[in-house]
Design a protein around this ligand. Structure first.
Ligand code: NAI
Length: 478
């Protein structure tokens, strides 16, 4: 049967399959979803457009969605985050071969250009038979954004010229929309009409959804997967605690102990980053704008300063804010010689990379993929990881399977919820109910040898909660 796809190298499929098999053992939540819903197939009829880092863990998610009946097409949500062996294995599938692939169409490879990235994002929304996706599974909101920009342009009958912006990425997106308008096929409106909703993985994507809802432009409902407790308080924190260090080590192999490491932002991601750097013996300094998070960092034993205050002594600077211009080019030019700069937030505008490229007299030397030394005219250099994009996925392999099993079990539950109960979700942004959040956690306890205490009936009635939960009110913060 014809299958369209574009990945780096299908001969990597066996390697990918072996790692997927190992990962399945570490992803008990996803395997429980297969067990529970494999026969009833609640996602039969779902056509899911997935835009999320194409890693081994994501491969297990994709194959869980198909085991539940969905048809799936996939792209990565970052130009550097694809693991080519994972992409190959998903395309080949369990029963296929490189000559006769039978898996899921994937459009992703490590090291895409921006043009290729947005081409891939378009491929996941349209099925070869002319059908469109009816669900989006997004990470950072790029697939959702593309549909919204397309619909807006089709309504207006025009789109801004790509020449109106200096922003390289925006230029490419405007060109994509301009090209589609030239074809005049009304595709974006048709896709939006088909879509039942989106389930969004990360803080930054969720932020975009709430913004669109506030301004009244949101076209379909979204489930905010990020704010399931078993997502943001686990993946963002413990995942980054693991993969930040992994990225720094693979990129530079510099000894972290004794260095001054700065973590910009002490949210869920920042908390995990700071803990892992301290674990390596770094002297960790945190920067924050929010007095509550600044106080938390101080009470956790970190010095809290502004970036300018710490700049003269900082050896490693990590941004984890989801904000823009957190590290300016002027600050980069004043850093210690060979300071390491990396971003673990979703987009590459936390560090002013565009400003760095434009800086008068600066030179760039590529050390190896995703590691560059930028030298300023005075002779001082900084080492920039993954061109300012997510360094834990660009320089390493992202979060490990066990923590992603929590995140992705929420994704599967959210897809089932939106797809099967579409009428119960008018346009808006929702979180999953707490009993499902607790269920995701419960599915991961046995693997860690956890014995859970059961409330007695008397204790449950004393606290005014059911024996089987939910145990906390909606506003409890964990
Ligand atoms: P969060 O909202 O919990 O934390 C961000 C923190 O940054 C907040 O406390 C905020 O006050 C602070 N902040 C904002 N502007 C600042 C500035 N100019 N200077 C210093 N601090 C500032 O968000 P969360 O969940 O920690 O996510 C942060 C980013 O990481 C998001 O873009 C998210 O999408 C991304 N993310 C990346 C992951 C990865 O694997 N690389 C995993 C999960 C999230």
């Amino acid at each position: 049967m014809f299958m369209d796809f574009k990945v780096a190298d299908l001969s990597l499929a066996d390697y990918g399959r072996t790692e997927i098999t190992l990962a399945e053992h570490e992803m008990p939540g996803l395997m429980a979803m297969r067990e529970r819903y494999g026969d009833s197939k609640p996602l039969a009829g779902a056509k899911i457009a997935g835009s999320l880092h194409m890693t081994i863990q994501t491969a297990v998610l994709i194959e869980t969605l198909t085991a539940l009946g969905a048809e799936v097409r996939w792209a990565s949500c970052n130009i550097f985050s694809t693991q080519d062996h994972a992409a190959a294995a998903v395309v080949v599938g369990r029963d296929g071969t490189a000559e006769d692939p039978r898996g899921v169409p994937v459009f992703a490879w490590k090291g895409e250009t921006l043009e290729e990235y947005w081409w891939c994002t378009q491929q996941i929304l349209r099925w070869p038979d002319g059908d469109f996706a009816n669900m989006i599974l997004d990470d950072g909101g790029d697939a959702t954004l593309l549909v919204h920009l397309g619909v807006e342009a089709e309504k207006a009958g025009r789109v801004d010229s790509p020449d109106t912006t200096d922003n390289a990425e925006k230029k490419v997106v405007l060109q994509v929309i301009a090209d589609s308008l030239a074809e005049d096929d009304g595709r974006w409106t048709a896709i939006a009409n088909e879509l039942r909703g989106v389930t969004e993985e990360t803080t930054t994507g969720v932020h975009r959804l709430y913004e669109m809802m506030k301004e009244g432009s949101l076209l379909f409902p979204g489930i905010n997967v990020n704010d399931s407790v078993t997502k943001s308080k686990f993946d963002n924190k413990y995942g980054c605690r693991h993969s930040l260090i992994d990225g720094i080590n693979r990129a530079t192999d510099v000894l972290i102990g004794g260095k001054v490491a700065v973590v910009c932002g002490y949210g869920d991601v920042g908390k995990g980053c700071a803990e892992s750097l301290r674990g390596q013996g770094a002297r960790v300094v945190v920067t924050e704008v929010d007095p509550i998070c600044a106080l938390q960092a101080a009470m956790d034993g970190y010095q809290v300063l502004t970036l300018d205050e710490v700049l003269p002594t900082a050896d490693i600077i990590i941004t984890a804010t989801g904000n823009k211009d957190v590290v300016t080019v002027d600050q980069m030019s004043r850093m210690k010689h060979q300071a390491i700069i990396g971003n673990i937030g979703h987009f590459d505008n936390e560090i002013d990379m565009a400003g760095l490229e434009r800086y008068d007299g600066v030179t760039r030397k590529n050390v190896k993929p995703q590691v560059d030394v930028w030298t300023f005219p005075k002779g001082n250099s900084v080492i920039v990881l993954s061109e300012g994009r997510l360094m834990n996925l660009g320089n390493a392999t992202g979060h490990p399977s066990f923590v992603m099993s929590n995140s992705f079990t929420n994704q599967v539950l959210a897809q089932i919820e939106l797809f099967t109960k579409t009428d119960e979700y008018p346009v808006g942004v929702y979180t999953l109910p707490k009993h499902l959040d607790e269920e995701v956690a419960r599915l991961h306890l046995a693997a860690l040898g956890v014995s859970l205490t059961t409330l007695t009936d008397e204790q449950a009635s004393y606290l005014g909660i059911p024996v089987e939960g939910p145990y906390k009110s909606e506003h409890y913060r964990y």
